[in-house]
Design a protein around this ligand. Structure first.
Ligand SMILES: *[C@@H]1O[C@H](CO)[C@@H](O)[C@H](O)[C@H]1NC(C)=O
Ligand SMILES: *[C@@H]1O[C@H](CO)[C@@H](O)[C@H](O)[C@H]1NC(C)=O
Length: 361
């Protein structure tokens, strides 16, 4: 092992050890009754801040092109008047706690927007219960495994919604409103990502992850959530996967910046009891070098509708290559039962065959 790798592993270990509780995974409450600028303090202060800054910086320098770093830093003072709340104030609060300039926190937030290759599944069992699962795959998975957190957003002593995020990232790519709906987002075609995102932000279009969090916060049922996710202008193309609490409430929304391209609901009456979304439009074939869709479909077929539940959903999300070296976490959700669980993945996969090893008992 080269010395630099050893050193990096040592630092990662220190960052992990700095967090109290379980060494690999943590769940925090965040008070929505507190001013946005103060919400992140209690969470971030549980970590070794200098190390955290080092790793966030590493992510930004690797993900953002030099020109974008320059432009965002130049724009930072103006952006504060453009970014919607509560994101602007939360980002300002984070920059104070980490003692870095606003541009750097914005860049971290943009960097996390560029997702890797993800898999999301929504399914309905024979009793009409909806289950939703997702794998989050990303570069820098070793760092991200340590800084992944579940956050319960608490308002007046009630959990308003729950989400999974990375430290310092104010948006949500995965979340659930208890007894209402669950949402995940997957990346879609990132051509000219930085240019498009910065231009759209200046037009006040939020990032997809901000729209997910807004939807969890504001929509009161599945249909409102569907409308909001489908029609609100955003700053990047994306797939939204939405699960509800009643029969047939599950759909994949394929998004452009300004409109839905396609809406693909469950049709359990026609035997279409699940939908799988990776990072390719569902009406086209995935590329042969990245087909996670066919193995997931096959695993779901072997599972059968009568056996689908959170355990079997987790098993489907654990077959290779649906689970791969870059998978940071798996979240399984059932909004109707307010079940929400995130599991950090090790990066190790083996060639398990779903049929032989995982067919539900
Ligand atoms: C988080 O908030 C919920 C709702 O108010 C509460 O029941 C729970 O005990 C809180 N958890 C922690 C760790 O404070
Ligand atoms: C799964 O089952 C459906 C419905 O029978 C079928 O159309 C599809 O080809 C199957 N997919 C795989 C990958 O086995």
């Amino acid at each position: 092992m080269p010395a630099s790798t050893v050193w990096r592993l040592l630092l990662l270990g220190l960052l992990a050890a700095a967090a109290r509780g379980d060494s690999t995974f943590r769940r925090f409450n965040m008070s929505l009754d507190a001013p946005p600028s103060q919400r992140w303090g209690p969470i971030l202060r549980q970590y070794n801040i200098p190390l955290l800054k080092k790793f966030l910086d590493e992510i930004v320098r690797s993900v953002a092109p030099q020109w974008a770093i320059h432009v965002v830093n130049q724009l930072a003072p103006v952006l504060t008047n453009i970014l919607p709340q509560p994101y602007q104030e939360e980002i300002e609060g984070i920059s104070k706690i980490l003692d870095v300039n606003l541009g750097d926190v914005l860049l971290v937030n943009f960097a996390y927007e560029i997702l890797g290759y993800c898999t999301s599944i929504v399914a309905q069992d024979t009793r009409g219960i909806i289950y939703h699962g997702r794998n989050m795959d990303f570069a820098f998975s070793d760092i991200l495994r340590i800084i992944t957190v579940d956050i319960q957003y608490v308002k007046k002593d009630q959990i308003a919604y729950t989400g999974t995020t990375f430290l310092g990232f104010v948006g949500l790519w995965t979340g659930q409103k208890p007894n209402k709906f669950s949402i995940s987002g997957n990346e879609r075609a990132k051509v000219n990502w930085w240019k498009t995102a910065i231009a759209a932000i200046l037009k006040k279009s939020p990032s997809p992850s901000w729209l997910i969090r807004d939807t969890l916060s504001e929509a009161t049922n599945y249909h409102e959530a569907l409308k909001k996710l489908a029609c609100t202008p955003i700053n990047a193309n994306v797939y939204f996967i939405l699960g509800g609490v009643k029969q047939n409430e599950g759909t994949i929304i394929t998004r452009d910046l300004n409109k839905p391209v396609d809406i693909w609901p469950l049709k359990p009456a026609e035997g279409q009891w699940y939908r799988v979304q990776t990072n390719y439009d569902h009406w086209k074939s995935p590329p042969s070098w990245d087909d996670r869709r066919t193995p997931a479909n096959r695993a779901l077929n072997y599972t059968m509708q009568k056996n689908i539940n959170l355990n079997t959903m987790f098993k489907v999300l654990s077959i290779r290559p649906v689970l791969n070296e870059r998978t940071v976490y798996t979240t399984i959700m059932c909004a109707a039962r307010s079940d929400y669980k995130t599991i950090i993945r090790s990066g190790k996969t083996n060639k398990l065959d779903y049929k032989k090893n995982y067919t539900a008992a």
